[in-house]
Write a protein that binds this ligand. Sequence first.
Ligand code: GAL
Length: 664
Amino acid sequence: MYIGVDYYPEHWSKERWELDALLMHSAGFNVVRMAEFSWVFMEPEEGKFQFDWLDEVLDLLAKHEIQAILGTPTAVMPAWMAKKYPDSLAVDKYGNRLVWGVRKNNCFSSMSYNLLSERIIKTMAEHFSKISNVIGWQIDNEFGGPICYCEICHKNFQEWLKNKYQSIENLNKSLGTHFWGHKFNYWNEIPIPDDMNTHNPGLCLDWKRFCSWMNVKFQHNQVKILRELCPKHFITHNFMGLYPDINYYDLSEDLDHVSWDNYPVWKDNPFNEKQEIFYGASLSADVMRGLKQKNFWIMEQTAGPGGWGSFGRNTLPGEIKKISYQQLAHGADGIIWFRWRTCTAGREQYWHGLLGHDGKPLRRYKEAAETSREFHMIENEIKDTAIKTQAAIIYDYDSIWATQIQPSFDGNNYVENIHRYYNALLRQGINVDIIKQDEDFSKYKIIIASSLYILKKSTADKITTYVKNGGIFLTDFRSGVKNETNICYDITLPGLLTDVLGIEIEEYSAIPLNTEYPIKNVDGNEYHAIKYMDWITVKNAEVLANYQVQYLNNFAALTKNNFGKGRAYYAGTIIKEENFYDELIENILKDSGISSVIKPPLGVEISIRQDSSKILIFLINHTINKKEVKVPSGAEILINLERIKDTIILEPFGVEVIKIKKVL
Ligand code: GAL
């Protein structure tokens, strides 16, 4: 198992390097990531390359049995480049070139930027392919932006559209440019839609796709070079979890595995009573795992307080470890902390690493070292284990973007919508796969598609077949509203899903701010609908909850339809109370025959990795209180070996891994 830190040797004097390597080694670290912002140190002047400093660091690290992942340094172009080739810099929407500085300020269409990027990567690849402790590459750093509005990007967008639609007539028809007289005669009339809330929604969606594709293409060119020159090295990129602006399925395609940067500690109150699991970090991890349906790495992770100008809270004792176990539990095969030592200079002086400015190996270092010791202790058990689950949630970038462009109602947030079901599943102790529309549905007993705003005809057909064959499907408001060019289907909602859901939505309405509509379910429990409601009438479906409001009490809020051998549920609103979702998920789990191995107490997360012979259950206490968890008898305790009991006491932020052998 790989455990280590993001290391910036160029920030410190040479004399320190040996001590750094020694301290890393004694913490059990065996990998570092380096050089992703070091272009100017490797090519101090155009065409003059200098790798000796990095060779020296790599050599020292090798002596201490530490391997390295190198970043391709294209996230920060050298100052000489911006000066000599100003076209390398992106242009903002008002036509101004960005001021060089900060990072990620390049134009992806710029010939100079592309050529110089290719050359540094080629030169690095040729040089470092021969160095034995280099094991892999991280492409660039956290792709995302900038959006460039220069003339070349504009032309490239028009070309991209031409390629996609072939004829201008087809583009006009597909995007619905008859509205407001937006019909185009020639490709060069098409503007960059610079305001996502007012331009043609189809054109806006294509612009989002184009910008995403520019990143994918840029990465692809780098991967091509590295594959050829460094065939033994793995290639990854550090993704940003739920970052919405790049289609991460596409970005992951060329890579060996996905890595991501996990920063779950910000300004939250760790002493609050709510006892919340770090849902965001687990959903992000599952989204990351879902990109390639494969385990991932953490390339950066919270060590201490983070922030550029002012910083958030520090990690409390136990948190560094707990955060790492959460990722391990969701499929991480490598963990790297950001960063080794807090830098004394630059914008990130206050983004704290394991070591402080003083470079002393104190509490955070010791906790990371203990985490590393434990991970190495169980690495043979973890090796080749994966998460296997029969519950999946669809995560769809087209729907995310279309929801950004036209949310339908105030406060409609795609990720929050997913979280309601995801969190409820986690509270039941059930792992979730996050999947794309094109995934094979037959592997799952439950599929949830929240706010699947853009619904492909092929997906609607797949859903219908899936339910017919016995699957349990749950969807909700604003699903199936639009086609792939962001145009509303001209059929009564739920459109292509009408048969499978057995309902009809002739009308719908936003619910005014600060207004709640009571609903009652079949068990007589009362909840409150907020923000939006579909006016659902049932055709074949059963009503599971309906409105208790004058004029609206004929409409259902939640329905269930028996269809073929399966069931399809529809929730036409957002419910304020969390336990509505707990109840719904509990019923759906029962309906599908999925049960959890352990039902966790509040604030404790359960996640399971398994192989053919065993299951490993990770128990993670996210609270500052002790928690008691009943575990199946006969379970083997892997971390705190003394507790061979049926009940495990988890200390505040405490973790445990238990092993149960499968009966073969
Ligand atoms: C990440 C980035 C790192 C560092 C860190 C803290 O997003 O990849 O380079 O900047 O945030 O700001």
